[in-house]
Design a protein around this ligand. Structure first.
Ligand SMILES: Cc1cc2nc3c(=O)[nH]c(=O)nc-3n(C[C@H](O)[C@H](O)[C@H](O)COP(=O)(O)OP(=O)(O)OC[C@H]3O[C@@H](n4cnc5c(N)ncnc54)[C@H](O)[C@@H]3O)c2cc1C
Length: 444
């Protein structure tokens, strides 16, 4: 196909890099998946440069460092990264133990970033703010695939432009939380109470204890983050019984939040639902299901939330603190000059949407996928990791490790390895298809 007539890029043009071959591959984001991409590039003898907006590795995970992961170490370490670490006397953690976010960084990601084959190529305090093709805007097609990428990076408050032959965007979604408002819009009233809303998982049992102990706390959301926050608040209530915990979810049946419980292949993930159900059944946590938040009103020191529930307007008054866990969304703002193909509902990589759409299933596992599925209309540009799932909630690190292994194989011309994608993920034990949900093993 001649270049003038092709809008999508084929495999051949994706490898046609002879005139820019000396440039490094740029990686955006120093989380587990960005760093795994770096490890795979190193193991194939490819040069890279990695930009991380935080002052140290895994800036997003550091924000939930107190939270214990539900997947054990054996699923959390990338194979290429493990091989590199083992060459440098690294002491591997026990495969079956569950690290906290902080331990994941200290025992695995920090040692990885300190390796002599990685460290010199990592830029911290370096936020990518725009990407384009050298000399071309989004509209121009001719010659696109063989021009370098230009990345505009704010590094230590200075704007620097880097060139790269390929880009792997592993910038995650955690830094762009969704609003609590059920329409997904940032409203003035929600922004005006920002001192009383925590977006994420506060360290309720540690440094944020005073903020929540003895207070009326509203938790919004039905994912694992909300579940973690609720369980910690319940522990606080054991010592400060006046603590009131109100939980609102959009789902109509709270049982759909509990997950696979005993059927979950990851016992820690399953136990979140079991422990939560007990707290709801005993009245420690009050739940309002089918609740759609319309607005927030500040009332002196307190907040009132208004919402719709089964055609009725409900007011929840006297709230001291809100914890919002309604998920997060990818930041596409710096990709305006790059040709992307994202799903219109999930904002995920388009081809992944049918595999991960929470409207359709919640198996927690996903069909193996690699370079072919992740290929974008922009040659040699890939969105990977949590960002590849967009707003869908079930991403696991192991999925991201296989994504970048396949992409790096393709970039280095090993198409056989790129296409041979193998992924075994632990199932949640819940199979939901449309309106039918069963607790069983599924999605096989
Ligand atoms: C509370 C919680 C618990 C989880 N538990 C598990 C678990 O048990 N098992 C599991 O497999 N998965 C788990 N996940 C899901 C997922 O694996 C993690 O979110 C993981 O961190 C995703 O890795 P990532 O590298 O794709 O993105 P991130 O870890 O989010 O990393 C993205 C990085 O990019 C940086 N960045 C962002 N924008 C820019 C920019 N413009 N320029 C430069 N840098 C930028 C950020 O600072 C960040 O360091 C959990 C997620 C959460 C939130």
């Amino acid at each position: 196909m001649s270049e003038c007539c092709s809008s999508k890029v084929d495999q051949a043009s994706n490898t046609q890099l002879s005139n820019i071959g000396h440039l490094p591959v740029a990686i955006i984001g120093g989380g587990p998946v960005g760093l795994a991409a770096a490890a795979h590039l190193v193991s194939k003898g490819e040069s890279f440069v990695l930009f991380e907006s935080a002052s140290e590795a895994a800036g997003n995970i550091k924000q939930w460092s107190h939270v214990r992961l539900f997947s054990p170490w054996k699923y959390n370490i990338d194979k290429a990264a493990r091989n590199l670490l083992e060459l440098h006397n690294w002491k591997a953690p026990n495969d079956d133990e569950l690290p906290t976010g902080g331990e994941l960084v200290e025992q695995y990601l920090n040692p990885l970033t300190k390796l002599p084959v990685i460290q010199p190529y990592v830029h911290y305090n370096a936020k990518v703010i725009a990407i384009s093709r050298k000399g071309l805007s989004l509209v121009k097609t001719a010659g696109r695939g063989i021009l370098p990428f230009v990345l505009h990076v704010m590094e230590d408050d200075k704007r620097i432009v880097f060139e790269a032959k390929a880009v792997i965007d592993a910038s995650g979604t955690w830094s762009s939380p969704n609003p609590a408002n059920s329409e997904g819009i940032w409203t003035e009233d929600e922004l005006s109470i920002n001192k009383k809303i925590f977006y994420g998982i506060p360290d309720v049992l540690g440094k944020h204890k005073e903020r929540y102990s003895g207070k009326k706390v509203l938790v919004v959301g039905s994912g694992h983050s909300a579940m973690n926050a609720l369980l910690d608040l319940a522990s606080v209530k054991e010592h400060a019984p006046e603590t009131e915990i109100v939980w609102i979810i959009r789902k109509s049946n709270v049982k759909d939040v509990y997950g696979g419980q005993d059927n979950d292949s990851l016992p820690e993930r399953g136990s979140l639902g079991t422990r939560l159900q007990r707290l709801v059944d005993t009245g420690t946590i009050q739940v309002l299901s089918s609740f759609n938040i319309e607005n927030f009103k500040e009332d002196g020191e307190l907040v009132t939330v208004t919402g719709r529930r089964n055609e009725e307007t409900i007011f929840i008054e006297g709230i001291n603190e809100v914890i919002s866990n309604t998920g997060s969304r990818p930041d596409m703002s710096f990709l305006r000059e790059v040709r992307t193909d994202m799903d219109s509902a999930l904002e995920s990589v388009n081809t992944l949407a049918p595999l991960i759409d929470p409207n359709v299933h919640s198996c927690g596992t996903v069909r193996p996928h690699g370079e072919k599925e992740l290929r974008q209309p922009e040659p040699n540009f890939y969105i990977v990791g949590a960002k590849s799932y967009g707003r869908a909630p079930t991403f696991l690190m192991a999925t991201g490790y296989e994504q970048v292994r396949s992409i790096v194989a393709a970039m280095t011309g090993d198409w056989e390895a790129a296409q041979k994608v193998e992924l075994e993920l632990p199932e949640t034990g819940v199979c939901s298809t449309g309106s039918v949900t069963t607790k069983t093993s599924c999605c096989g």
